[in-house]
Structure formats: structure tokens, C-alpha cells
Design a binder for this molecule. Structure first.
Ligand code: AMP
Length: 283
């Protein structure tokens, strides 16, 4: 009933809505597999929409998935608290010009007996997000391997906000889907504070949002200095519980000395109990 309601409401914007692998793979085949794909977990904001806009610029049909992937959450509480705004998401997607949206049904996307994906992530599974969120990248690999297998898109779009995830996806694509082109899109930020847009920001109070605005300042400060100490202290003085703030090399995410080429500064920490991540690429 609910599904029909959505289909009816969004039909007027010609956004097609799919739930099952059979129907979405039929849609994909009808595009001759020439379409762009933007995977998301919903609670969409301008960051997600910039991926859709970049995808549209290729002038191929654009498919967006919204799936709160349980395999990506090692903390049941975190999954429960993750914001869900489906009606608004569909409206935003139709206004941004997406052609279709796929809302996977968990037991259909993950049928019983689905084989585990073998992928050596090397250091990526052992540092930063890999270290702090055990099993997280296994969950990312599981869902993306399944989605790419069902859909077979030509182009896929990811945000640099999740820098380590971009590196994991590169490994997955190189190993299993060499025909897929990956596009990593720059992070969209709040125009005043520079705070990276994130679905999790919805859980912050106004005061929390102001505090979180210091994350971007700290990243810039750490980028300009040879040590992250001052930036770290600024964040803790503002009441931000820093998990990590480090200058790293790319793509291997090793702690960088001042002369290393291809660097980034990476951050994770808690504001009002909400875990936020961000990074700055240094050119
Ligand atoms: P999520 O729904 O958090 O899984 O994000 C879906 C995609 O949107 C991922 O590729 C994210 O990296 C990307 N994304 C999230 N926030 C931003 C942002 N502020 N700017 C650009 N891309 C983003």
C-alpha cells in the first residue's frame, strides 16, 4: 500500500521507483547498461545531490539507491538512530533530475547463501575507519559488490568526504568490475562554517553544529603545519572528542612527514555523541 502510494506520488515527476532485484535489473538492461549509479543510505542533502548532478552531466540515465545497509553498522544503536527521510529524499531526487531510484528489500538483495566477497583491502581495513569500525568496509564491499553485480552500471559516483571508502571502492572495482568507471566528487560544505554536509548533522543541535564547524578549521590548520597538535588542541578545547586527526599519504594512508607527496588530513570525532568524519586533500 505504502509502496503504491509512493509510486503514485512520484510518477508525476517521472522518477521511477523500484524495490526488487528482478525489476531493477530489467530497468538496467533496458538502458543497455549505459547509466550512472549513485549509491546512498538516504537522508539526502546537497552533498548527495551534487553526486546526482555530476552523474547527470554525463547525459546518461541516473539511478540512485537508498539502502540503510545493516552490514555497514557494527553498532545497533547507531543504525537505529540513523536519520530516515524517504518522502523528502524522493522529492529531492525527482527535482534534481534522477531517473530512477532503487530501494532494495534486504532479504531480496541479500538472499540466503550469498557467497562472501573475497577482497584483500590491505592497510585500508586496518587504519582509521577500518580500525575504528570493525567490519565496516566488509559491509561496504558486500553491498557494493551485490549492487554492481545486479545493476552493472557504466559509471558510479562517490563522495571524497568518505575518502577511505573511495579507496576501498577503487580496489573492489579493480578486482571485480574493471568496466565500471568510478568518479570521486569533492565534498560539499556548509557555506558559512565549512562543515561537511552529512546525514548525521541532522542529529546535532544548533550549538553542536557551531562546534562541528571547527572541524574544517582544524583540518586547514593541520594542513598548513607540520604537526596536528595545535589543531587537535583547538578541537578538544571546543568540546569535540577527537578520535583521530592525522596527516597521511595517499593512497596508502600512512602518517605523512612534511615532504611526502599526495597528502591528506583525515579526521573522525564525536560532537554531542554523534560520530563525524571529514578530510582535506592537499594538492
Ligand atoms: P551516504 O548516504 O552517507 O552513504 O553517502 C552516499 C554518498 O554520498 C557517498 O559516496 C558519500 O561519500 C557521498 N557524500 C556524503 N556526504 C557528502 C558531501 N558532503 N559531499 C559530497 N558527497 C557526499
Amino acid at each position: 500500500m505504502l509502496k503504491n502510494l509512493y509510486l503514485h506520488r512520484y510518477f508525476q515527476f517521472s522518477l521511477k521507483v523500484f524495490y526488487y532485484t528482478k525489476e531493477i535489473s530489467r530497468w538496467a538492461k533496458c538502458q543497455d547498461d549505459v547509466f550512472s549509479f549513485v549509491p546512498t543510505m538516504g537522508a539526502l542533502h546537497a552533498g548527495h545531490l551534487s553526486l546526482v548532478e555530476n552523474a547527470r552531466a554525463l547525459r546518461k540515465p541516473v539511478l540512485v539507491s537508498i539502502f540503510l545497509n545493516p552490514a555497514q553498522f557494527n553498532n545497533a544503536e547507531d543504525l537505529k538512530k540513523y536519520p530516515q527521510t524517504l518522502a523528502q529524499d524522493l522529492s529531492l531526487l525527482s527535482r534534481t533530475g534522477a531517473d530512477a531510484v532503487y530501494l532494495p528489500v534486504t532479504h531480496d538483495l541479500y538472499p540466503e547463501g550469498l557467497a562472501e566477497v573475497v577482497l584483500d583491502l590491505g592497510i585500508l581495513d586496518k587504519v582509521f575507519e577500518g580500525l575504528q569500525r570493525p567490519g565496516y568496509f566488509k559491509g561496504v564491499v558486500k553491498v557494493l559488490h551485490r549492487l554492481f553485480s545486479v545493476l552493472n552500471p557504466a559509471d558510479v559516483f562517490f563522495g571524497q568526504k568518505d575518502l577511505q571508502q573511495c579507496l576501498v571502492v577503487e580496489k573492489l572495482i579493480a578486482a571485480y568490475f574493471p568496466n565500471i568507471r568510478q568518479h570521486n566528487i569533492p565534498t560539499q560544505r556548509d557555506s558559512q562554517t565549512g562543515l561537511a554536509l552529512s546525514s548525521r548533522n541532522l542529529r546535532l543541535s544548533d550549538e553542536g553544529l557551531l562546534k562541528a564547524g571547527y572541524i574544517n578549521k582544524a583540518l586547514k590548520m593541520a594542513a598548513e603545519m607540520s604537526s596536528t597538535e595545535k589543531a587537535y588542541n583547538m578541537l578538544t578545547n571546543k568540546g569535540i572528542d577527537v578520535e583521530y586527526l592525522e596527516r597521511v599519504t595517499l593512497p596508502d594512508l600512512q602518517t605523512a612527514d612534511p615532504d611526502s607527496p599526495h597528502k591528506a588530513v583525515v579526521f573522525a570525532g564525536y560532537v554531542e555523541g554523534v560520530r563525524l568524519i571529514d578530510n582535506l586533500l592537499l594538492h
